[in-house]
Design a protein around this ligand. Structure first.
Ligand code: FAD
Length: 428
């Protein structure tokens, strides 16, 4: 009997999710990853100088049900915890005040958790945003209101990595409808780091199921014949596929566009900049938001503090030392309020990580989307597929969906490519 294998290209979250779905019911999977380590945009950096940190802080919400299910499967659910159960501390760089803000709209019933400046007309605007029928920029619905600064802008760049003046109201609404569900708005972070608390347990589960994850294996070219993939050209060899083998490309859109140039794929991206300060932090991680500063979020870990600037176009070309110095003066007063030894004039060693194509730009416009199964035995996955915000959750969903699209395909007999849309909350 020929073994039917699924070859998964890309070991980011989408590829690992696809491999877990394929192997869940005994299927055989092989994963090929170009980089020396799995994880893609969601990884821990381990440089020779021993300053270990994630590429950038990643948060999950309890609304991200598919990711939480995946964490259960790989035995890592308890490694993601809520650093701020009493509401997110938000530091206003202009006034020096810290206010706790609830992320779930239900918590706004308590005045102490309400975003600064929230009024009844603002609630009406937020409701319009949540149930928006027509896609338009988020800012055009909310307008120039105090809550733009205290809630909408931080939320929009955190979820969509796109400024509110351009960001898609419909994509944000998808996320907000999920956050509104009772208990869904709790923010979670990895206790130790992305590789230790997500990527490594996923790879360990795959290995235990007999799947192989090969790193340093960039797919150079797809060999195709009669609407099927017949081989994968890797750096040092070509893997020829069996008649029942399938392929999942779990790659960013620019790689899919390079390998299959006829497909329409998104071509605009937004950067994220992260600065990591090597310093004594706190035994139990804390998370703090900022307004009125370049810094947007900071995660305080025991050995370092990581700061995120999403939709960071304005500072991507600045010298790393200037950015690190500016952000340090933003955050030092807030860190002192959390009890850290953080003198403004005494900046710790820092490392700046610039992710130029951190996510696709999620603007209020129709984004090019390819068919999800462009060849008989090939499906696509990746956070950019579908209409949800491009996040870990959409990557997990796209990986699972690609596996399910190929599950019942008869590959050896030539069939016309068939496509089903990726289910989103709306389609479900
Ligand atoms: C700094 C930063 C902060 C973020 N914060 C959050 C957050 O707080 N919450 C959240 O949910 N999401 C966040 N995201 C988004 C999240 O990281 C992504 O949505 C998710 O990791 C995408 O996974 P993916 O598998 O679709 O893509 P990728 O992670 O890009 O995986 C694709 C993989 O394919 C590999 N590859 C590329 N070309 C080839 C080839 N030719 N052959 C073989 N392999 C190849 C790449 O090396 C990579 O490992 C953040 C992203 C960044 C960069």
């Amino acid at each position: 009997m020929t073994v039917r294998r699924t070859h998964i290209v890309g070991a980011g979250v989408a590829g690992l999710s696809a491999a877990l779905a394929v192997t869940a019911d005994g299927g055989a999977a092989v994963v090929y990853e170009a980089a020396p380590q799995p994880g893609g945009r969601c990884r821990t950096l381990q440089p020779a100088d021993g300053f270990i940190h994630d590429n950038g802080t990643h948060v999950l919400f309890t609304a991200n049900g598919r990711t939480l299910d995946l964490l259960e499967v790989i035995g890592a659910r308890d490694r993601w915890f809520e650093p701020e159960p009493k509401g997110l501390p938000l530091y206003d760089g202009r006034t020096g005040e810290i206010q706790r803000v609830g992320l779930s709209p239900w918590s706004w019933l308590f005045p102490s958790r309400r975003p600064h400046g929230l009024t009844l007309p603002d609630l009406a605007r937020i409701l319009r945003l949540v149930f928006t029928a027509k896609d338009c920029p988020v800012a055009s619905i909310i307008g120039d209101r105090p809550i733009m600064d205290s809630l909408i802008e931080p939320l929009t760049v955190a979820v969509l990595n796109t400024p509110p003046a351009q960001a898609s109201s419909q994509r944000l609404a998808c996320a907000l409808r999920r956050l509104i569900r009772p208990g869904a708005g709790r923010l979670l972070v990895a206790r130790n780091g992305l590789s230790e608390d997500l990527i490594e347990p996923a790879v360990a589960t795959l290995t235990a199921r007999g799947a192989a994850v090969h790193t340093g294996q960039r797919l150079r070219r797809l060999l195709t014949s009669q609407e099927r993939v017949i081989g994968l050209a890797l750096p040092d060899r070509t893997v020829m596929l069996g008649p029942e083998d399938r392929v999942i490309l779990a790659l960013p859109p620019y790689e899919v566009g390079r390998l299959l140039p006829a497909l329409p794929v998104p071509t605009s991206f937004e950067p994220i900049l992260n600065v990591h300060y090597r310093m004594k932090g706190l035994a139990s991680p804390r998370f703090i938001g900022f307004s009125g500063t370049l810094a947007q979020w900071a995660l305080v870990r025991p050995s370092h503090v990581s700061v995120t600037v999403s939709a960071a176009d304005a500072v991507m070309d600045h010298h790393v030392d200037d950015v690190a110095a500016r952000i340090w003066s933003d955050i030092a007063p807030a860190l002192r309020r959390l009890g850290l030894d953080a003198e403004t004039g005494r900046q710790p060693e820092s490392r700046v990580v610039k992710e130029k194509r951190a996510t696709i730009r999620q603007a209020a416009e129709e984004l090019p989307q390819p068919p999800l199964r462009p060849l008989t035995n090939l499906a696509l996955a990746g956070d950019w597929i579908g209409s949800l915000p491009a996040t870990i959750e959409s990557a997990v969903m796209a990986g699972e969906h690609a596996a399910s699209l190929l599950r019942h395909v008869r590959c050896s007999r030539q069939t016309a490519p068939r496509d089903r849309p990726l289910k989103t909350e709306n389609a479900a």
